[in-house]
Design a protein around this ligand. Structure first.
Ligand SMILES: [Zn+2]
Length: 277
């Protein structure tokens, strides 16, 4: 399938590809990116831009891949703070003391799927290979958040939790906040069983008709995680015009993205990056 997008900007630098959200770029307040698998040094099923240190790939090679993303995005590796994702909805505030956590020093975070900061040069990093990356920016209060939303985090409405934290802890007004829903598995490919679609029907009663579409077999449905996240964000007070939704499905583009549904556990990992500067 052709690699193009109507909603995201695709950056191509040599053999390196990544995407950004035009609404975030326009503010001039953040460095951000969602990586692809193109432009790194890893071999085999990690080829080539694997950004997961925990997947059995050579650590020095993964570090080189981060350096490559660093050069492209302007985000220093030493400023990065890695999440520790467990498909939960815990969000942690991080500041300068966390810089380098998970990349240049021992991980300081445990069981955290969402990160938030109001400090410059603290780069939030989450990891994805089908699961939805949610980017948040309040350009008025200068607060950012980044979250990992697989189906479990989406069901727990981690995006709405992030909005609430930005409001309660940092005085953000939801109408000011920009959100980007990044490349991940699309409604075209995310077939789920009753154990997944039933709780979604209960959690999103008003949208269930469009979130869940018929699949080839009677007991399955296609689940639209993008729309579910969008619905939770609208409910939390985010303005429709401030939400950018990806049109890039990770499973539809195996040449550009690692996809768990496509490759199982024999794969690398993408990363999402977001930093105030
Ligand atoms: Zn797809």
């Amino acid at each position: 399938m052709e690699f193009s997008s109507n909603t995201l900007t695709i950056h191509e630098e040599g053999n390196l590809f990544y995407t950004t959200f035009p609404s975030f770029d326009r503010t001039g307040k953040v460095h951000h990116a969602f990586s692809t698998r193109r432009g790194g040094m890893s071999q085999g099923f990690y080829a080539s831009l694997n950004l997961g240190f925990k997947r059995g790939d050579d650590a020095q090679t993964v570090m080189r891949n981060f350096q490559r993303m660093s050069q492209a995005t302007g985000i220093y590796c030493g400023d990065m703070v890695f999440s520790d994702q467990v498909h939960g909805d815990r969000i942690l505030y991080v500041d300068q003391q966390y810089r380098g956590s998970g990349i240049l020093k021992q991980p300081m975070l445990e069981q955290v799927d969402g990160l938030i900061t109001d400090k410059k040069h603290v780069a939030l990093v989450t990891f994805h290979a089908d699961c939805v990356p949610l980017f948040f920016l309040d350009p008025v209060r200068e607060v950012i958040g980044l979250a990992h939303a697989g189906w479990k985090g989406t069901l727990k409405k981690i995006g709405a939790s992030m909005v609430r934290r930005m409001q309660e802890d940092h005085g953000c007004v939801p109408a000011d906040i920009l959100v980007g829903i990044g490349p991940s598995i699309g409604p075209c490919c995310f077939e789920v069983g009753e154990d997944v679609y039933r709780p979604f029907r209960e959690a999103f009663p008003a949208q269930a008709g469009s979130l869940l579409l018929p699949a080839a077999t009677e007991d399955k449905r296609y689940l639209d995680l993008w729309q579910a996240n969008e619905a939770a964000l609208l409910e939390a007070g985010i303005t429709q015009a401030h939400i950018t939704v990806t049109d890039l499905c990770t499973k539809c583009h195996p040449d550009y993205y690692f996809s768990h549904r496509f490759a199982g556990s024999r794969r690398g990992t993408q990363a999402a990056f977001l930093e105030l500067y």
